[in-house]
Design a protein. Structure first.
Length: 468
């Protein structure tokens, strides 16, 4: 059998083998191992200590057996350089992976020397995620000519010795970054001004666990002069949320997607909603104690937000039906995605879902996950009006039963993806009814024990993916 199949056919078969089974391919024969490695384009590896010469040599030999490797994720146990030292792992990657395009290297801080070497060897790199140490130095960035996506994690604490007074570097370069992600910025990280001055083409900005934005003047200039910024994510950034949102409201009209998780400001968010001139398309908020009805009412009244197509709210404890109903009426003809995940209002306010369903006629995706007290009657009354749904997520709604499955099939003929995992009262019969009677279903998330033999065979014949 092994000799009857040509290399190309074997490689095509290997590409179709699911990840849990692909590791066994290398055990069949040396030929199969060679062919699998020579056709592999993506690897995820953990490299533990110690980084002795023997381990590094073996690592280099392993990488050279993957000549078409384009994506590499390395998690390691420390031992990198930082500053001006050398990173044996990163230097090995630089010398062994000339075709690399995506690198995620999450170990100890990388050295700047290794980054220069990497830029010379891997000229096609378009995406990098790395940890760097203070003092911050970004002079290596212009050497990555193909770089589009950059994620930086700052790890060591800020001290007087690693945070010297930073002067203007005296030169400007036009970086072609489209996505910039920063994690762990602290007050006094003025070296970030290099990024704010030279990243005018950024379309997506992500800030996580940041207590500062470095040089505030440079950041304001960045928002003012950047006409390309379309997406902004702020995660656990309570101390900078006001200054960021107020700058956005005053300067940024190109923004169409905003995400704020775990750290907001009631006043700052309200002022942004009232004053913003951007035409938001997507809004994603997880603000348990910082979002209330006044924000939702302001959203419904600002004409600039009448083009909102996606609204996601998670763990919003202070929101009531009044705010959601007003927003539903304002966005009746445009909203395509609604998520109310773990929101008390879904359980407490009877008739809310019915009202939303009757108003949001164009709804395509609905996520009501982790509303533990949501009952069939409330959901069924909403689904009766949601005939265009293609995706429905009900994960963790433990009070729902088979009655929801019957209503789903009866009302939502266009459903392609359904998540009913951890819905304790939905039984095998309900899952089987869904699989057998949904004409365009392509994926269902459900526990394996709830999938009957008949449903399993039917799912296979209809090419329905079952995820347990």
């Amino acid at each position: 059998m092994d000799t009857l199949l040509c290399d190309e056919l074997l490689q095509e078969i290997f590409h179709r083998v699911p990840p849990p089974s692909s590791a066994a391919v290398t055990l069949v024969s040396k030929r199969w191992r060679r062919l699998l490695r020579s056709s592999t384009t993506s690897l995820s590896l953990h490299f533990p200590l110690p980084y002795n010469p023997t381990a590094i040599t073996s690592f280099s030999a392993f990488l050279t057996q993957h000549p078409f490797l384009s994506s590499l994720f390395i998690s390691a146990g420390g031992g990198g350089g930082g500053g001006s030292g050398e990173d044996p792992l990163l230097l090995t990657i630089a010398s062994s992976c000339p075709n690399l395009r995506h690198l995620r290297f999450l170990s100890s801080p990388v050295s700047y020397f290794s980054l220069y070497t990497l830029s010379n060897s891997c000229i096609h790199l378009s995406s990098i995620s790395i940890t760097i140490s203070r003092p911050l130095n970004f002079h290596w960035l212009p050497y990555f000519n193909s770089l589009k996506n950059l994620s930086l994690y700052f790890t060591n604490p800020l001290t007087e010795t690693n945070n010297p007074k930073v002067k203007d570097v005296g030169f400007d370069v036009e970086l072609n970054l489209e996505t910039l992600s920063l994690c762990g910025v602290l007050p006094g990280d003025h070296g970030l001004s290099f990024l704010w001055k030279n990243c005018k083409n950024v379309k997506k900005l992500k800030l996580k666990s940041c207590e500062s934005i470095g040089d505030y003047s440079s950041f304001s200039d960045f928002l003012f002069s950047s006409n390309n910024l379309q997406e902004l994510e702020l995660r656990t950034c309570r101390s900078i949320i006001d200054v960021v949102l107020l700058n956005l409201a005053d300067t940024c009209v190109s923004l169409d997607s905003l995400l704020i998780y775990d750290g907001g400001s009631k006043e700052g968010l309200l002022q942004f909603i009232n004053q913003s001139k951007c035409n938001l398309k997507k809004l994603d908020l997880r603000l348990p104690l910082d979002l209330n009805n006044s924000h939702l009412l302001a959203l419904s009244e600002n004409l600039n937000f009448r083009g909102l197509v996606s609204l996601r709210l998670q763990s919003c404890c202070l929101v009531s039906g009044e705010g959601l109903k007003s927003l539903g009426r304002a966005l009746a003809n445009v909203l395509e995605e609604l998520a109310l995940v773990n929101c008390d209002v879904v359980d407490k306010e009877l008739g809310l879902l019915t009202d939303l369903g009757q108003n949001l006629k164009n709804l395509r995706r609905l996520d009501l996950s982790y509303n533990n007290m949501l009952i069939d009657k409330e959901l069924v009354s909403m689904l009766a009006s949601c005939c265009f749904l293609v995706e429905l997520k009900l994960r963790g709604c433990s009070m729902l039963s088979n009655a929801t499955m019957y209503s789903m099939v009866r009302s939502c003929k266009k459903l392609e993806r359904v998540d009913i995992s951890y819905c304790g009262r939905i039984e095998m019969e309900g899952v089987e009814f869904l699989v057998l009677n949904s004409p365009v279903l392509r994926r269902v998330d459900v526990e394996q024990r709830k999938l009957s033999e008949v449903a399993g065979k039917w799912a296979t014949s209809k090419f329905i993916e079952v995820v347990s």
